[in-house]
Ligand binder design. Structure first.
Ligand code: FES
Length: 63
């Protein structure tokens, strides 16, 4: 799923940034070497980061 249309940032990129410690949409943009243009993705990326943080302990436990 594409979260940022302006910079073509998808779920995989958001999760990769989260795994490296990104804690906000701005951090994800920096991790991807991009910056906000329209900013419409900020909430969506933040929501995806929260979801990733909630499910990560479950995924770690399953491994
Ligand atoms: S959709 Fe991300 S900056 Fe425009």
């Amino acid at each position: 799923m594409i979260h940022c249309i302006c910079n073509n940032i998808n779920t995989r990129a958001v999760e990769a940034a989260a795994a490296k410690g990104a804690e906000s949409a701005a951090c994800v943009q920096r991790a991807c070497g991009t910056r906000f243009r329209c900013g419409q993705c900020r909430t969506d990326i933040d929501d995806r980061l929260q979801s990733w943080r909630r499910t990560r302990p479950l995924l770690d436990a399953a491994e």
